[in-house]
Write a protein that binds this ligand. Structure first.
Ligand SMILES: [Zn+2]
Length: 276
């Protein structure tokens, strides 16, 4: 993953940093992962908070979303968001739903943590503060998906569900899919209780030793980046077609929003992905 900065492209764009997966073909797809820089929110939400559900001023968040879309060259207000309830439901969306949730959280696609589409010009946007952004593109069938992999979504294999739905809906073949795993809390910082660790051991016996590391204090470190990467490999993606940012949002909470490092009251970065 590389980060590109925008400054003074217009009056709004100042110090906007956008992360890009270098394996995604720029001629086919528009994508970016934001940082906390470049927006107009203040305090705990300083400055590019993109979450409408975190007690920030709603008009500032709406403006921040416009800033990000402007930076990406996308039409403001025309994306689709979902409510992200730490489930694993993936929904196929179409142009008829353009704009859902962009300026009003209640209009987001309900009870959903992953979106897929094959409609050009229909940006998918999901929000994160430590949870894992999972972005998938199919350059052959021109289809995309974005998922929210917190520990609950990851243990429920939401990335695999996205791949399976893209196969069913668009004829995607896993071996030609490209995936990006964005900035999220890393194995350095993500400590969980044994009740969570055990769910991962039960769900992924074949690779649990690579993602769950017991600690002397009785808790465990969990590697969500690797859990999601190994799931996608298991679903048939080629390892060389998966780009892992490897950036910990808690270690780097001055660049990103981190629910844990910021003590719960914080903003959200966004992952945006669209077919050109
Ligand atoms: Zn860390």
């Amino acid at each position: 993953m590389i980060f590109v900065s925008f400054s003074l492209v217009s009056g709004h764009l100042k110090n906007l940093w956008i992360g890009k997966f270098s394996i995604f073909p720029e001629e086919l797809f528009v994508h970016g992962i934001s940082t906390r820089h470049g927006g107009g929110s203040t305090g705990a939400f300083d400055s590019l908070n993109l979450g409408l559900h975190v007690e920030d001023d709603a008009n500032r968040v709406r403006h921040n979303r416009d800033i990000l879309f402007e930076g990406l060259g996308l039409p403001r207000g025309q994306g689709i968001t979902c409510q992200q309830v730490h489930g694993s439901k993936v929904v196929k969306v179409t142009r008829a739903q353009a704009g859902r949730g962009m300026y009003d959280y209640d209009q987001s696609i309900a009870d959903t943590d992953g979106l897929i589409t094959n409609e050009p010009g229909l940006p998918l946007m999901l929000f994160f503060a430590d949870c894992t952004p999972i972005l998938i593109v199919d350059p052959i069938h021109k289809a995309i998906g974005v998922g929210h992999g917190g520990w609950r979504g990851t243990v429920a294999s939401i990335g695999v569900k996205m791949v399976e739905m893209m196969e069913q809906e668009y004829g995607s073949r896993p071996e030609s899919l490209l995936a990006g795993i964005g900035p999220a809390i890393g194995p350095c910082c993500y400590e969980v209780g044994q009740e969570v660790a055990q769910q991962f051991r039960d769900a992924f016996p074949e690779f649990c030793d690579k993602i769950v590391m017991d600690k002397p204090n009785g808790k465990a470190k969990l590697n969500l980046w690797e859990a999601n990467r190994l799931q996608l490999v298991g679903a048939g993606l080629k390892p060389e077609n998966i780009d892992v940012a490897g950036v910990c949002t808690a270690c780097n909470h001055r660049q990103f929003f981190s629910y844990r490092a910021d003590g719960g009251r914080t903003g959200r970065i966004a992952a945006v992905l669209s077919i050109k």
